[in-house]
Design a protein around this ligand. Structure first.
Ligand SMILES: Cc1cc2nc3c(=O)[nH]c(=O)nc-3n(C[C@H](O)[C@H](O)[C@H](O)COP(=O)(O)OP(=O)(O)OC[C@H]3O[C@@H](n4cnc5c(N)ncnc54)[C@H](O)[C@@H]3O)c2cc1C
Length: 351
């Protein structure tokens, strides 16, 4: 697994190209600095931004749990060459803010980057997989990079586990690129748009909408999504490929528990909503079972029926996942890969 960052040596050695564009030609300097600015109004509960500072915008972001601020200084001149020495960073802060160079007690480190948006031409070469910035780089605007990288790792991690330990079809590993490459494409678009709007002073364009939360990402069009649910409009219903949402529930003895805590672990969860008979051991989940390697890896959670594992006292589960009866096979990374509705539930589970 090549998780060696945007300049990935592994990617280069494999000869995998990066296709993309420069988001903005001018560099940005970033640094962590201890600044004694309380007496000059430099509070630690919000960011401080000098949008129209001479030479380029500068922002000081308090780093929680430290006495540091993260310094982010843009340059208006495309050919600017930032000086990252501690003295130069002190002077930069003094030049662009109301602070004095002597207020900057320590510059812990400083670096520069020129925002690019680019994606590896493929995420896999035989036994090697690219994840994180090695697979896609983009502007930090919107805060998408680390979140996307962690989800790459989560997506690939359980698939490797299923193939190496649980006899899943090795073709399962091809679904990593099939699922994550479209997500990376979307992230590149979002971060580039926010970055350019920011530089252009376009307040509306740089607004963070719910898309940056990454909670609405779906693999509906991917190879691991099988919908056998016909009891409503799929576009408005939770379907195969969607992220399985959380819901406050209760254990049979009334103890409150969150669905996420019930799902937690490297196994699949078959969530049985409503009154349905026990699942047949050979349920093939719409033909996905051999690919996923589900044999022995599925934990069944019954929410409803005569002996439920999970109660839904306030109806949150049914509101989100319903209508019941319905079945959801939830992957180890928390995405639904198969659904079936009431019409399918009984014959399928009693077979
Ligand atoms: C200013 C800035 C702000 C950001 N803010 C956010 C944010 O708010 N939210 C967000 O989600 N993302 C943010 N990001 C993006 C985020 O930092 C990256 O997307 C994320 O760090 C990528 O993780 P990674 O593990 O893929 O790569 P990296 O973090 O680059 O890690 C790669 C690691 O591999 C090591 N390495 C490289 N080559 C070798 C080798 N040959 N041998 C051994 N080790 C090697 C490197 O030393 C490094 O430790 C920001 C980025 C920047 C620049």
């Amino acid at each position: 697994m090549a998780a060696d960052g945007g300049r990935s040596t592994v990617r280069k050695r494999l000869g995998i190209g990066m296709t993309g564009e420069t988001v903005h030609p001018a560099p940005t300097l970033i640094a962590d600095a201890a600044i004694d600015g309380a007496e000059r109004g430099l509070g630690r509960d919000h960011w401080h931004v000098w949008q129209h500072a001479k030479g380029g915008a500068i922002a000081l972001c308090p780093l929680p749990g430290t006495d540091q601020f993260q310094v982010a200084a843009q340059y208006d001149a495309p050919d600017a060459v930032p000086n990252t020495s501690p003295e130069a960073v002190r002077q930069l802060i003094a030049d662009r803010t109301h602070l004095a160079a002597s207020d900057v007690r320590e510059v812990r480190w400083a670096s520069t980057f020129t925002p690019r948006a680019a994606m590896a031409d493929r995420f896999r070469a035989d036994r090697t997989f690219l994840i994180g910035d090695a697979a896609h780089i983009h502007s930090p605007a919107g805060g998408q990079g680390l979140n996307t990288s962690v989800q790459d790792a989560y997506n690939l991690g359980w698939k490797l586990g299923q193939v190496l330990r649980h006899g899943a079809d090795p073709a399962l590993l091809d679904s990593y690129e099939a699922e994550r490459l479209p997500i990376a494409t979307g992230v590149l678009g979002i971060s580039t748009r926010i970055h350019r709007a920011h530089r252009a002073g376009d307040a509306e364009g740089r607004r963070r909408t719910s898309e940056v939360h990454q909670l609405g990402l779906s693999y509906r069009d991917g190879p691991l999504a099988v919908n056998e649910r016909n009891d409503g409009d799929h576009r408005n219903q939770l379907g195969a490929g969607d992220r399985a949402p959380d819901a406050p529930c209760a254990l049979p003895d009334g103890t409150p528990v969150r669905l996420f805590d019930v799902l937690r672990g490297p196994h699949f969860t078959l969530l049985v909503l409503g009154d349905a008979p026990p699942p047949a051991p050979d349920t093939d989940f719409g033909g996905l079972a051999p690919t996923l390697g589900t044999a022995g890896c599925v934990r069944t959670i019954r929410a409803g029926g005569p002996s439920p594992d999970l109660l839904d006292p306030d109806g949150h589960l049914t509101t989100t996942y319903g209508p019941a009866p319905a079945l959801f096979l939830i992957r180890p990374d928390g995405y639904v890969c198969w659904t079936a509705d009431g019409a399918r539930v009984h014959p399928l589970l009693t077979r």
